[in-house]
Design a binder for this molecule. Structure first.
Ligand code: MG
Length: 310
């Protein structure tokens, strides 16, 4: 694993300077270094803004803290909650995460999970962490236990439905935003799933996320967006694991229905292309749109490969 950077330097314009001052006003250090507008301390990070606009983050959380600002659109102020990201693991929360967006074959799966503080020990004991770091084998062992204990809502977007959305001009981030919003709304409308904290693993700036939902009837607001949320928030970690588990099952099922005992292949690499060519050979070109994402560059490669093998 790459080591976290201990110093990150950004450039702040006048608008950002004003936001920074407002954002860190409760964390200011008593002394201000020479030529600095302010210095603040937040958790394991020291933030210094210089008159020149140089903005410096130092300490263990330098990279994380700086990301609060680099991931923002120009018009928004980060929520104070995002800033306290590291502390979230101690709170009851609803969190959501998706899988399948980088795989040519198979659906997109999004899960929102509701995790109470009291359940943390149980979840830690069975080894809940980010599903990207846990092997699929472990996921298959953990997920049924999580599914049995943790209230959650999972939504599977099939390939035909995904392709239809794309045809209507809905891009991947909008697809994701719509799906996250849907599972969050469904989970939160149950009165027993009471929480003040709703966390989404961030895939785009918050303003863009809400813009994508402007035509939706019900929008879950006041979301805390966090990058690498599955590492910091138990509810997101659970959402991530359940999503992956359901995705694995779907890949197997879809493949087996077409006569491939191993299921459909993962990712978007060359192996996927040759599998696609075989699929056309066995089932005709129409089948591709039923099990693959037709806006991926793989489509052309698959067609070429198939033409070559004829
Ligand atoms: Mg994610």
């Amino acid at each position: 694993m790459a080591e976290a950077k201990l110093t990150v330097v950004l450039k702040a314009d006048e608008a950002l300077k004003a936001k920074l001052k407002m954002f860190y006003q409760d964390d200011l250090c008593e002394k201000t270094p020479q030529y600095a507008v302010f210095q603040a301390k937040a958790d394991d990070c020291t933030i210094t803004l210089y008159q020149s606009g140089k903005l410096m983050f130092q300490g263990k959380r330098a990279e994380e803290e700086s990301k609060i600002w680099t991931s923002l659109g120009s018009t928004e102020l980060p929520s104070k909650a995002a800033h306290e990201a590291g502390k979230f693991c101690d709170d009851t929360a609803v969190g959501s995460d998706e899988v399948g967006t980088g795989d040519f074959f198979g659906p997109i799966v999004v899960t929102a999970a509701y995790v109470k503080r009291e359940q943390f020990d149980f979840l830690k004991s069975i080894g809940v962490r980010d599903s990207k770091k846990v092997t699929d084998e472990k996921i298959c062992k953990m997920a049924p236990e999580i599914i049995a204990q943790i209230p959650h809502v999972t939504k599977i977007l099939s390939n035909p439905n995904y392709n239809q959305m794309r045809d209507r001009g809905i891009n991947m981030n909008q697809v994701k935003a719509i799906l996250h919003n849907e599972v969050l709304h469904q989970l939160l409308k149950e009165p027993q799933n009471e929480t003040k904290l709703v966390v989404v693993d961030q895939f785009e700036p918050p303003a863009a996320y809400y813009r994508h939902l402007q035509d939706e009837k019900e929008v879950v607001n006041e979301i805390t967006f966090m990058t690498k949320a599955e590492d910091q928030c138990m509810a997101v970690a659970c959402g991530s694991i359940i999503s992956r588990y359901v995705f694995l099952g779907e890949m197997k099922r879809l493949g087996q229905e077409l006569g491939y005992p191993e299921g459909l292949p993962f990712g978007a690499g060359a192996g996927v292309d040759s599998f696609g060519a075989m699929l056309i050979e066995d089932h005709g070109e129409e089948m591709l749109a039923k099990v693959a994402k037709m806006n991926f560059a793989n489509v052309e490669k698959v067609r070429k490969l198939y033409a070559q093998t004829r």
